[in-house]
Design a binder for this molecule. Sequence first.
Ligand code: XIL
Length: 660
Amino acid sequence: MRAIARLALATLVVAAPLTAVMAAHAADDPTPITVVTSDFEDGTVQGWTGRSAETLASSTTVAHGGTHSLAVTGRTATWQGPALSVLSTFAKGTSYTISAWVRMAEGSDSARLSVERRTSGTATYETVVGNTAVTSSGWVNLTGHYTLSADVDFLNLYVETASSTGSLYIDDVTASYVPALPIQTDIPAVKSVVTEFPVGAAITGAEITTEHGELLARHFNSVTPGNALKWDATEPTENTFTYTQADPLIAFAKAHGMKVRGHTLVWHNQTPAWVFQDASGAAMTATAENKALLLARLENHIRNVAAHYGDTIGTWDVVNEVIDESQSDGLRRSNWYNITGLDYLRTAFKVAREVVPSAKLCINDYNTNVAAKRDALYNLVVKLKGEGVPIDCVGHQMHVNVSWPSIADTEAMLKKFEGIGVEQQVTEMDVSIYTSSGESFPTPPADRLLSQAYMYRDMFALFRKYKADLTSVTLWGLADDNTWLDTYPVARKDAPLLFDTRLQAKSAYWGVVDPSKIGASASPSASVSVSPSVSISPSASVSVSPSSSTSPGTSGCTVTYRVTGSWPGGFQGDVKIANTGSSAISGWKLSWQFTGGQAISQLWNGSVAQSGATVTVTNASWNATIAAGGSASVGFLASWTGSNPVPAAFTVNGTACTVA
Ligand code: XIL
C-alpha cells in the first residue's frame, strides 16, 4: 500500500524535473506550469492522506472528470479531510494557483482549502480559499493563490469543512505557477525618484529570494518584516525567544543598506494565548495581580526583542491599532486595555525608549484618514505625550482602495498631527482594486488598474508635499504575487502594489515614478466596463455647434458618460471627453446638469465644483491638453435619491459636445 502511494506521489509531484521544464520555457511565456495533478483515475489515492484517522479511497461513485474521485469517509471533526504534501513541490517565493473540486457525499456544508506549514514543529495555517458552500448534488470549484514565505519542514495542502463531519469527495486538484520574469533594469528605481523620505516594502521570507530580492533591493531603501517580528513569531511560548523568521530578513536589509521598521511590539492580534492567561492557565480577568503579571510579560518581551536588534531597527511600531473610535473614550477594548487600562501603552513606550534610546517609537493605526479615528488617535497621543510618554511618531497604515479615501481627507490627516512634536510615517500602504467585499475579479480590470495608478500618483504627490512631516513611506508588500489582501477581508485575487504577479512594473508604479507614463503597461481602455449595475439610456445626441471656420483647425468634442457602479444612495461614474476636432484642446472645463439632485462627493483626474445642479470639472495639470483625436477621463463618486437621470448635455469650454 505504502509503495503504491509513494509511486503515485512520484508521478504527481514534478519536483526534480522542474528546473528543466522552466529552462525550456520562454522567459516571457505566461503559460502556467502545473506541478500537482490529482485526478485519481489510476484507482489510487495518489499520495493523499487523511489529516487524522479518516479513510481515503479512490471512488467511482461520483467523478468530476473521468470516472474516479477521492472519497473521504470516517471524519470525526471538521478540520479532518484529505491532505497532500507539497513540501518537495512548492518553492518559497513562488505564487501558486491551486484549484480543487469538492462535493459532499450527503447534505450540505461549506468547504475551504488551506495550507498547513510547520517550521521546527510550530504550525501555521493559511487559508487559500475561504468557506464556500458545497452540497451533494454537484461539484464546486475552489481556486485560490498561495505563496510560501517561510522555510518549512512540513507543507500540506488540505480541504476541511466549516460545520459538519460528513463524508466528502475531491477531484481534479491542480497547482500551477507562472514563472516570474526577469526584473526590469531599464526603469527608474522608486527610491531614486522619491528621495524625500525612505520608501519601504513589507516583506516575508518570499521577498528576499531570487528575483524578488533583486526587485526589493533595486527599488526600496527600507523594509518592514510583515509578520516576523510579531509576538507569535518572536516569543511563541513564555520567555522562549526565537528570531529565526526575522533574522534573515534583517540580515538582507543590512546587507543592502536598507532601513528597518520593526513591526510590532504590542498588538491585540498575532499574540499567543498564554500572554493573557493567569498563573493557573485561565483567561486573565481585570485584577491587580493579573495587571502586574501582564505588564511584567510586556516589559520582558520588549526588553528581549528590542535589545536583540539594538540599533539595526531604527523605528519601532511600539503599539499597533489601539484606537476604537466607536468607544466613548476612543480606546480599543483589547485584552491589553481591559487588564491594564492605559498602562500597557505607558510601559511599552517607556521600556522601548530605555532599551533602544536611538530608535523612533511609533503608535500605528489604520483608517487614520477617517476624522473620528484620526481625532481619537490625536487625543490619545497628546494626552500621553503630555504625561511624558516617549511617542516620537504616528504611523498611518493607509490600507486604501482605488476610490477611497479622498486626497483632501488624507491631507487633513497629515495636517492634524503637525505641531504636536511627532514625526509621521505611512507604514502599510496598499491600494486594493476592490471597493467592496462583495466584488471579485479573476484578473484585475484595466480601469481599476488605471484608477489605482491615479490613486498612487495623487497620494505620493501629497506625501512628497508633506515631506517636512513624513519621515518614511512603506508599502505593505513588494509585488502582487504575495499580498495579504488575497485572503483579507475575503479570499479573492487582489493586486494592490506597484509590481504585478510576474514582478513587472504596473501603471501604479508609473503613478509614483512618472505619471506621464500611466497606462503604458496597463493598456487601459475606456471601453472596459465594470459591469454597471444600473442600465443607462444615453440620451440622444445633442448636435454640436462646431465653432466657425476660424483657423487653426476645427474643434469638436464627444462626451461619454457612464455609471460604473451603483448602490442605494450612491453611485460611481466616469466621463470621457474625446477631442474630435483637428487641433488640441489646451485646458478644459467640462460642465453638465444633474437634474435628479445628484451630488458629487469625490472626483479624480480633475477638480470639481458643484453649484445646485450645475457641475463643472476643471482639468488636472497633467491632463490639461487633449490632443486632436485624444481623450481625457474623469471618475467620480456621487449620491442620489429617488432617481439617477443621466445628464442630457455636456459642454467643454462652453461649447456643446456630442453625447455618445
Ligand atoms: C497582516 C499580514 O500581512 C498577514 O500576513 C497576516 O496574516 C495578518 O497581518 N495591519 C497591520 C499588519 O498592522 O500587521 C497586518 O499584517 C495588516 C493590517
